[in-house]
Design a protein around this ligand. Structure first.
Ligand code: IPM
Ligand code: MN
Length: 353
């Protein structure tokens, strides 16, 4: 298969983990006879430095002209420490999501048996947990009308019927391919926007008789994902609730460094780790490249390259079993491997498989 992939390494640890994601893609291309071509582009703080815009038009064109985008992370301490700045790396991320129409953010939550002890939760509680959070990504408070002066400020949580229908469709269809259980998470006891979500979900439920659909308030869901994570199969929720819930669910997996995601929508699909740019660790060869590598697996699977995606997953599992791990997930007394060494081990595994 021929694939044109836009590479957006971004800031902080982004370039380091991207190099490993790229090495893995190249190993896969060679092994299976695919032709992957790449175009690298700037996003985030590095783009502000270079051209004064965190999501420059040239980057948007590179994304629009590609079949898929592999993205790492954006963010820099310089901006984190000064919240009054108007141009920020994060505004680039939001512009990218909006302009690429990436309304469906798919964040899988799975456990690795050998890393259960890394979770702050009890092992017997999380063993076997395996669900997907589908977060709406281009609507709600993030993009609604905003106002701020010294005495008053608001953000508007707007959702329209077409926006709700299209994200629910993604969720119902995802549920069909899995254990056929969808949980719609909202705050319909208080918020009008949530009541519309619930009304539309109830209408659509009838078209998916094989899917068991239930409804849960966000506050309750925030508790249930931690106390009973195996209850869930597919969760769908609005932008803000999904943002909060997926940081929370990352503690089930045990490390932010293990979670890939995809964002799908109107134009080019995008694949990225759930974690951020960890600027404090930049250049130190300590960041875990697995979320980036697993994002590359999700990219390939999106195009039906399931064997290829599976081989990457097998290689990742093998590296964990062999204790070839970055410091934050290494067993006590085990040797520490760097970003490069972990990536190299996985790439070699793929080549030899
Ligand atoms: C995420 C991040 C972003 C968000 C930030 C960096 C704007 O937290 O992808 O979850 O809030 O969506
Ligand atoms: Mn977040």
């Amino acid at each position: 298969m021929k694939l044109k992939i836009a590479l957006l390494p971004g800031d902080g640890i982004g370039p380091e983990i991207m190099r490993q994601g790229l090495a893995v893609l190249n190993a896969i291309a060679e092994k299976y006879g695919h032709e992957f071509t790449y175009e690298e582009a700037l996003v985030g703080a590095c783009a502000i430095e270079a051209v004064g815009d965190p999501y420059p038009e040239a980057t948007h064109m590179a994304c629009m002209n590609a079949d898929a985008v592999l993205f790492a992370a954006v963010g820099d301490l310089k901006y984190d420490n000064n919240p009054t700045l108007k141009i920020r790396p994060e505004t680039g991320l939001l512009a990218m999501r909006k302009k690429l129409g990436l309304f469906a953010n798919v964040r899988p939550v799975a456990t690795f048996d050998c890393l259960l002890h890394k979770s702050p939760l009890k092992e017997e509680l999380i063993r076997g947990a395996d669900f997907v959070v589908i977060r709406e990504l281009t609507g709600g408070m993030y993009f609604g009308e905003k106002y701020q002066d010294d005495n008053k400020a608001f953000d508007t949580n707007v959702y329209t019927r077409p926006e709700i229908e299209r994200i629910l469709k993604v969720a119902f269809e995802m549920a069909i391919t899995r254990r056929k259980h969808l949980t719609v998470v909202d705050k319909a006891n208080v918020l009008a926007s949530s009541r519309l979500w619930r009304q539309i979900a109830k209408e659509m439920e009838k078209q998916y008789p094989n899917v068991t659909t239930d409804y849960m308030f966000i506050d309750n869901a925030a508790m249930r994902v931690l106390t009973e994570p195996r209850f869930f199969d597919v969760i769908v929720t609005e932008n803000t609730f999904g943002d909060i819930l997926t940081d929370e669910t990352s503690c089930i997996t045990g490390s932010m460094g293990l979670q890939p995601s995809s964002s799908l929508g109107e134009y080019t699909p995008l694949f990225e780790p759930v974690h951020g740019s960890w600027p404090q660790a930049a250049g130190q060869n300590i960041a875990n490249p697995l979320a980036q590598i697993l994002s590359a697996a999700m990219l390939l699977e999106h195009f039906g390259l399931n064997k290829e995606g599976q081989l990457i997953r097998d290689a990742v599992n093998a590296s964990l079993d062999a204790n070839i791990r970055t410091p934050e997930i290494q067993v006590e007394g085990g040797a520490h491997y760097g970003t490069k060494e972990v990536g190299q081990w996985i790439t070699d595994f793929i080549k030899k498989a």
